[in-house]
Design a protein around this ligand. Structure first.
Ligand SMILES: [Zn+2]
Length: 278
């Protein structure tokens, strides 16, 4: 699939299951249960959609899923069926060493887990030749957690990036390549960022966890993992306004039913027109 003259491919790392209450925050279960079926532990399956961007001279990966290195207890808790990112890249003829840049929307384990892997008992960056791009404020939050934020950050996912000298911290808006720009949204984490791929007047926004699925287009449907929900409300409003005005394509990082689409307005209400990317 193309954005202007840029090739993009969604590659899923697999799926995990999250408690339905945590995925939909303050929204009561009767309002979401018909949209998102639960298992017997009240967990909803969510996808781990990553994006491969091929600009011609660079291979850029946005988010890395959970990866395959988590201990059995954690794997069971989140019913992790993942670690498919590298095989997915192979289907596009790429090895881990062919990736030039990895952009992480934030450092929660379901986005940064695949950033590192275990090789003979040692943690190393999964993509050995890549620079890893993280917002400064997310790095600060991930490396200085409190009782509220700790459960979502696992240092094994990101400290090795610093130790191997492959980490680049950015602050706010930054152009990473001629067609790839990041914007800090905050909300989900203080340094959460979305990634905009733009070329020849077309835009594709990787929304991270400000809009984890298309269900979260509703303004107050916000996960309870969000550290700053009022900031999420404001970020969602800004993104929706711009996305509608400029006819962006949107990529939902955890979407299973719809992974991508455009906004349409019917009777004053915004909804999604699905637009498969591959
Ligand atoms: Zn997430």
């Amino acid at each position: 699939m193309k954005v202007g003259n840029i090739d993009v491919h969604i590659i899923s790392d697999g799926q995990v299951r999250l408690d339905g209450g945590s995925l939909f925050g303050v929204v009561p279960r009767p309002l979401w249960r018909n949209l998102a079926p639960v298992d017997r532990k009240n967990r909803v399956a969510i996808a781990l959609n990553c994006l491969l961007v091929r600009t011609g001279d660079k291979n850029i990966l946005i988010d890395t899923g959970v990866g395959a290195k988590h201990p059995p207890r954690r794997r069971a808790l989140f019913a992790m069926a993942a670690g498919r990112l590298l095989p997915g890249l192979k289907q596009h003829g790429l090895e881990a060493s062919d990736i030039d840049m990895v952009v992480l929307t934030h450092l929660h384990f379901d986005h940064a887990g695949g950033a590192t892997r275990l090789v003979r008992g040692k943690l190393v960056p999964t993509f050995p030749k890549a620079r890893y791009i993280v917002q400064q404020r997310d790095w600060a939050e991930a490396t200085c957690t409190n009782d509220r934020t700790r459960p979502a950050y696992f240092p094994d996912d990101f400290l090795p990036l610093h130790e191997h000298g492959v980490l680049d911290l950015v602050d706010g808006q930054a152009d990473l390549a001629p067609s790839v720009r990041v914007h800090r949204t905050g909300g989900h984490t203080a340094g959460h960022q979305m990634v905009l791929v733009h070329s020849e007047g077309e835009q594709l926004a990787c929304l991270g966890d400000v809009f984890p699925t298309h269900h979260h287009l509703r303004p107050h449907w916000i996960t309870s993992w969000d550290g700053y929900p009022m900031d999420t409300v404001a970020a969602k409003r800004d993104v929706l306004t711009q996305a509608e005005r400029e006819n962006w394509r949107l990529l939902f990082g955890h979407g299973t039913q719809h992974r991508a689409g455009r906004l349409v307005r019917r009777d004053g209400q915004i909804s999604l027109e699905p637009a498969p990317l591959d």
